[in-house]
Design a binder for this molecule. Sequence first.
Ligand SMILES: [Zn+2]
Ligand SMILES: [Zn+2]
Length: 413
Amino acid sequence: MIIDCAKYSGNCSCGRSHPLETRMVVVEYGALHRFDEYMDACGLGGRRTVLYDTNTYNLPGMVHVRADRELVLEARGLHSEKSLIEAIVPQLDDPDVIITVGSGTLMDFARYNANSLGIPFVAIPTLASSDGFTANICSVVIDGHKRSIPMHAPALVVTDLGIISGAPMFLTVSGIADILAKHISLADWLIAHLVSGEHYCERVALLAREAMALMERSVDGLLRGERPDFEAMAAAQMYSGLTMQMMGSSRAASGAEHLIAHLVEMKPPRFESAHGIHGECVGVGSIIVAEEYHRLAALGRPRAKPFEPLGESWVREKFGPLADGILEENRNDVLSAFDPQRIVDVWDEIVYIISQIPSAETLAGRLRDLDGKYRLSDIGIDEALKPEILDISSAIRNRLTLARMRRVLDFGE
Ligand SMILES: [Zn+2]
Ligand SMILES: [Zn+2]
C-alpha cells in the first residue's frame, strides 16, 4: 500500500489548513528493494547519510539502501538525549538528506539533526508498534527533562513488511493497544470541543477512526487464528501518526488513557515499580478510562461545581519530588476557561459519545486474548491505587479530558 499524503493535506472544511510534510508512506513487502524509486518520486536527491544502530544494521533480512555515508551507532545505551544527538553531527558528513533505519530513538537522532541542519529526513521503520513514524514530534531529554517538541516529519516513510513482520509479538500487541485506545482519545477530543469550543476537525477524526477500524479488523483476524495482517496494522500506525502532523498536536491520538503511560514513565510516589512499554500502558489506561466513563454515563446528569485550582498540598502529597513541575503545568488550568454548567448542558451528547466507546470488558478481553497486558498489576501498579489513579494521571497534563472535567462535576456520590 502506498499512502499519497496530498490527499489529506491542505485547506479543510474545519477552517484550518493541514500541512503535511510527509509526501509518501510506503507499506509493502520488499519495499526496500524499490527504495531509490520512492526517493526519486519524492524528489529526494543529493548526498545521503544513512543512520543505523548496531541492532538495525544487523537485522536478519535487512536491505542496506545505497548510501554516500553509513553511520552505525552503538545500540547499547543509545537514548534520545540532546548532547548525544548533537554529538553525531560532524560524522553525518554534510548530507542533503538523512535516512534513518530503526525505531523511535533513531528517528529522534535523524529528526533533531535534520531539523537543525534544515534538510529533509526519511524514515525506514524496523518496528511498526508505534504511531510516531509519521508524526512530527521529537521526544528528547534536555537537561534531564523529557520534552516532546514539534519538529519536522519525515518527507518519506518506507516500511518493508518483510522486516516489520519479524518483530516480537509483544511489540505488535503493544502497538495494537495504542491504536485501539483512540476510542478514548477521540471521545475526549469531541467532548472537549462540545464543552469548551476547542478546535475539532472531522477530517482528522475520520483518519484516526480509519486507523482504528483497520486495527480492529486485523485483531479480529488474529483472534480467529489467521496470519497477522502486518500491512493493515502498519498502515493503522501510519494513519494515526499523520493525524498528529495534520493537527500539529497529538490531540486525536492521545487522551486520558495516554496519561497512564506518562504516569508510568514519571513514577511518582507509590508508582515506583510501574513498568511497561508505551502501548502496553496505554492499553491498560484505556480499560481504566472506559470503565470510569461508562460508570459516569450510568450515574445520570451531574451538577456543575465551581472550578477550583488543584490544591498545592494534594499535588505535593501525590507527586512528591515531581510536584513543582505538575503545579507549573496546571498554572493555567484548561478547566477554568469555560463555565462548568456547559458540561451539564451537553450531558446527553456526552452520554452518546461514551456509548460509542467499547466496554472495559470488551477492551480487556481483546488484549487478554492477544496475551497482552490488561490489568494494572500487569504494568506494576497496585490494584489498590485504582480509585485515585485517574485523579493523579489527569493532573500530569493540562489537556481537557472528561477525566479532568470530573473536578467540576458533582454526581451526588
Ligand atoms: Zn480540518
Ligand atoms: Zn501512543
